[in-house]
Design a protein. Structure first.
Length: 142
């Protein structure tokens, strides 16, 4: 099993609602309107393009599994997704996890088992108050 890891830090924003039912997103952008219902954190230290070449290559391997651990204060969520050979990971600011198989330059994982709306509400309330979010990304493939 080959394993690659990335780590990033982001923070919350007063306009975080996290009500989107098919995706969640973390962005390097600092501003957020109420229309961004999938965004759970802003000011990220990395966008898709900032991920290491070896990590991006791992996500593109057939059979790759992506494990995302979100930690905010006492709250921790472990999210399972899949990589895909069609991931380009070229967006300079955004990382998007999707319930579907759709890919674009912002997509980091597909068939994810969490979306913005089903993340723990206590965590989302902390993020809406500006709390820090620590993100550990682990890509594994045979």
């Amino acid at each position: 099993m080959v394993r690659e890891e990335e780590y990033l830090i982001a923070h919350g924003h007063q306009n975080i609602t996290a009500t989107h039912h098919t995706t969640f997103e973390i962005t390097k952008e600092e501003e957020l309107s109420l229309a961004g219902s999938c965004i759970i954190a802003v000011g990220s230290s990395k966008g898709a393009l900032d991920l290491s070449r070896s990590f991006r290559d791992a996500l593109q391997q057939p059979g790759c599994r992506l494990y995302t651990t979100l930690t905010c204060g006492p709250h921790e969520v472990c999210i399972k997704s899949q990589g895909d050979p069609d991931l380009t990971l070229e967006h300079p600011a955004d990382l998007v996890w999707r319930r579907s198989s759709f890919t674009c330059d912002r997509t980091i994982g597909i068939y994810t088992d969490f979306t913005a709306q089903n993340l723990p509400r206590d965590m989302i309330h902390m993020l809406a108050g500006g709390a820090e979010l620590n993100v550990l990304l682990v890509a594994e493939y045979p």
